[in-house]
Ligand binder design. Structure first.
Ligand SMILES: Nc1nc2c(ncn2[C@@H]2O[C@H](COP(=O)(O)OP(=O)(O)OP(=O)(O)O)[C@@H](O)[C@H]2O)c(=O)[nH]1
Length: 216
């Protein structure tokens, strides 16, 4: 796949600015937090229950999201969370415009490792990469060990948007990708007179809404 850099990132682009541009988005986080499941839910609207099969290497899915009447093409890369694949996935950070960083609300170490993931992201990714923190498996309330407030606090500390998701029920899955697409669209087409788009404010305002998005 030929990844194109969005020329319009310099600003001043017209309404079709990203019609042929793939915005590279990467899913990262510890093994088992639900990266593959989140992508399958977003792409196919389904959850495949059953035994856990760890991702080997890396793969991608293309998806078009319509935001404010504009088609935004996301190329979403699903990485392997296991330590042994880390050097492979680092190589992909450099071209990423957005990173969805996941932990599992039922797994404390996956949350504790978020700081290390953010250190890696700051080391290998572009300085202006869009980062969103997701606390996944929010449907498993009986096994929750990380409170929503803890996710909020960590996200605030790093200045990134946060939401809890469930790849099983679909809760906030579309919203997470839509918010990323909106931010990327805003950055690509930014005009001096345009009101600024704040992804964190947008996420906060949309979190509670049952449905929010339009996909093609
Ligand atoms: N209940 C529940 N289970 C989930 C959810 N997301 C993922 N799972 C389960 O958690 C396990 C791991 O999910 P994966 O999507 O394979 O995790 P991953 O992050 O891609 O793992 P690696 O490929 O090793 O990095 C699987 O058994 C999934 O069915 C969720 O939101 N809710």
């Amino acid at each position: 796949m030929d990844l194109q850099r969005p020329d319009s990132y310099q600003g001043g682009a017209g309404p079709d600015f990203n019609e042929h541009v793939l915005h590279k988005t990467i899913l990262v986080g510890d093994s088992g937090v639900g990266k593959t499941s989140l992508l399958v839910q977003f792409d196919q609207g389904k959850f495949i229950p059953g035994s856990f099969s760890a991702t080997v290497g890396i793969g991608f899915t293309n998806k078009v999201v319509t935001v404010d009447g504009v088609r935004v093409k996301l190329q979403i890369w699903d990485t392997a969370g296991q330590e042994r694949f880390r050097s492979v996935t680092h190589a992909y950070y450099r071209d990423a415009q957005a990173l969805l960083l996941l932990y599992d609300i039922t797994n404390k170490s996956s949350f504790d490792n978020i700081r290390a993931w953010l250190t890696e992201i700051h080391e290998y990714a572009q300085r202006d990469v869009v980062i969103m923190l997701l606390g996944n498996k929010a449907d498993v309330s009986s096994e929750r060990v990380i409170r929503s407030e803890d996710g909020e606090t960590l996200a605030r500390e790093y200045g990134v948007p946060f939401m809890e998701t469930s790849a099983k029920t679909g809760m906030n899955v579309e919203l997470a990708f839509l918010a990323i697409a909106k931010e990327l669209k805003y950055r690509a087409g930014q005009q001096a007179e345009e009101p600024s788009f704040q992804i964190r404010d947008y996420v906060e305002s949309q979190k509670k809404r049952p449905s929010c998005c339009s996909f093609v």
